[in-house]
Write a protein that binds this ligand. Structure first.
Ligand code: G4P
Length: 525
């Protein structure tokens, strides 16, 4: 197989959902089709969301186990599939945001009874920022849920993307008969059995009286009516509008019952994008270029105190990565070679000699990498930074052991490089503020500072509503703003200006008083 063909056959994606919609179940079924696992119930390790939030040590232990499931690679038909796992627990949402920068497309799982939920909405924002193509799987059709047309309207308005059903449910809940597969023009009948793939009958013409035999008179009449409506209301499916991120094809099924999953996968491999071009500061990097390039999107710390190394996850953006070849660490301006890069096949990690654009590899790391770092064959390429989102919670971090301030600062720096949380330094009093998505991160930081850096920290409350990045084309107004708000100005790790608003009202006033200043809630603008 040529190098170009290797790249073309890769499908690197993430499954995202609100907890409990069925992401784990769907992932598992996909792995079953790929022969990557042989029994249901094998993908349990990302069930961390079910653990009580206070028990973060347990969560971290499970996160450790989940290194193996961080990337699940397998072969299906002629395709090489890489599923990137995203943590279910909402306190690790920032991890998920970063993972989304390393995928070429996304499958969103929605619970038919619950519709679009908060976390899905947030994750979709990240997809929209990058025009990532998304496909929707409406799950749990074996249960009573919302009316499918209502659900489609909800997805369109809540997720801000046009939709096009490519399959259509025949009844739901106890009366669920299956789906009409609009993409393949087949009638897929439902057998509530966790291991058996549904029966699929080619069915071009819905007016055929055979339809009644399979699904009964009422269902047949309803299906004909629904499909007619769909064909009337929605434009014919156009793969290019999916690929440019403006239209989401929708499938219906039941992951638990393995229904509609193979159909989703078959359509997915056919239409989902192979690795896409990636924008760097200097230029756009195309996957089929000969020279290797990639960036670090995730650093996974090992919580086992006996093996304190980390794994840095690299998304290969172009070319071929080879073991024991020198590559340039752009930020350090230094050549490095790697003797034990790992690839992720099925749920196993193994050392690999080569990997291609679209693949994810793991590199052992002892503090040389930082999230967002670029690695190349030599060219100065800086892949655009990964977005940080304005955190939800803030605390001052203080040194609790004056003799260990060096250790504390080093620890804070490294943990921030790993992307555990965000650091802001108040320009008025010089105090360090840590911003997180959830309470858990504060505990993780405190524990890791003590156990990995022998440093003790303590937290002090700060009442903040939002931290937002500010910029303006009007230098004078920017200066004026900074002067007026001097007590509330901070710098982030990259030295950018951040405004710390202590209430929604203050932020609103600032926005209306300073019209030439842009207030950003993500660091990528
Ligand atoms: P998540 O990763 O998105 O959080 O969801 P997960 O797959 O863990 O599924 C959440 C719950 O929904 C699980 O039940 C799972 O069995 C169930 N589920 C998934 N797909 C379907 C479906 O198509 N139909 C029905 N009826 N249920 C589905 P649980 O009881 O919480 O966990 P478990 O003990 O069954 O693993």
């Amino acid at each position: 197989m040529t190098f170009q063909e290797e790249i073309k056959r890769r499908r690197t994606f993430a499954i995202i959902s609100h907890p409990d919609a069925g992401k784990t179940t769907l992932t598992e079924k996909l792995l079953l089709f790929g022969g990557a696992i042989h029994i249901a119930g094998a993908v349990k390790s990302n069930k961390i969301k079910k653990t009580a939030t206070s028990d973060w040590m347990e969560i971290e232990k499970q996160r450790g186990i989940s290194v193996a499931t961080s990337v699940m690679g397998f072969e299906y038909r002629d395709y090489k599939i890489n599923i990137l796992d995203t943590p279910g627990h909402q306190d690790f949402a920032e991890d998920t945001f970063r993972t989304l920068t390393a995928v070429d497309s996304v499958i969103i799982v929605i619970d038919t009874a619950k519709g679009v939920e908060t976390q899905t909405r947030k994750l979709m924002q990240v997809c929209r920022m990058r025009n990532t193509p998304v496909m929707v799987f409406v799950n749990k059709m074996d249960r009573e849920g919302k009316e499918p047309f209502d659900l489609l309207d909800e997805i369109e308005s809540e997720l801000g993307i046009a939709v096009r059903p490519l399959s259509w449910p025949i009844n739901m809940g106890v009366g669920f008969k299956g789906v009409y597969n609009i993409y393949k023009k087949s009638l897929d009948l439902y057998t509530p059995n966790k291991q058996v793939v549904s029966e699929s009958i080619a069915f071009n013409d819905l007016s055929n009286k055979e339809l009644e035999k399979h699904i009964g008179e009422n269902n047949a009449a309803k299906l004909r009516e629904d499909i007619e409506l769909i064909e009337g209301v929605y434009e014919p499916f156009d793969v290019n509008t999916y690929l440019d991120g403006s239209l989401a094809p929708v499938f219906f099924g039941s992951a638990l019952n393995n229904f509609g999953v193979k159909e989703l996968l078959d359509c997915f491999v056919e239409i989902a994008p192979s690795p896409r071009a990636v924008e760097a500061t200097e230029r756009v990097v195309k996957p089929e270029e000969n020279n290797f390039s990639g960036f670090i999107f995730k650093i996974h710390a090992n919580m086992d105190p006996n093996h304190r190394s980390c794994i840095a996850f690299v998304k290969i953006c172009s070319g071929k990565f080879e073991r024991n070849v020198n590559y340039k660490h752009i930020r350090h301006n230094k050549l490095m070679k790697f003797s034990s890069p790992t690839a992720f096949m099925a749920q196993k990690k193994e050392t690999v000699d080569e990997a291609f654009a679209g693949d994810i590899i793991g590199l052992p790391d002892t503090g040389t990498f930082k999230i967002g770092d670029s690695l190349t064959a030599g060219e100065e390429i800086h892949f655009k930074g990964l977005p940080s989102f304005s955190p939800e919670m803030f605390k001052y971090i203080e040194n609790a052991d004056p003799l260990k301030s060096k250790q504390l600062n080093k620890g804070i720096d490294q943990l921030m490089d790993e992307g555990v949380a965000q650091l802001f330094v108040n320009q008025y009093n010089g105090r360090k503020i840590i911003g997180t998505v959830g309470q858990l991160q504060f505990e993780v930081i405190q524990y890791r500072l003590l156990h990995e850096y022998n440093a003790q920290c303590k937290w002090e409350p700060i009442s903040l509503y939002k931290a937002c990045w500010i910029e303006s084309d009007n230098a004078e107004e920017l200066e004026q703003f900074k002067k007026r708000k001097f007590q509330y100005m901070a710098k982030d790790k990259e030295g950018r200006d951040v405004f710390l608003a202590d209430s929604g009202y203050v932020l609103q006033m600032a926005q209306s008083d300073f019209k030439n200043i842009r207030f950003h809630f993500t660091s990528e603008f």
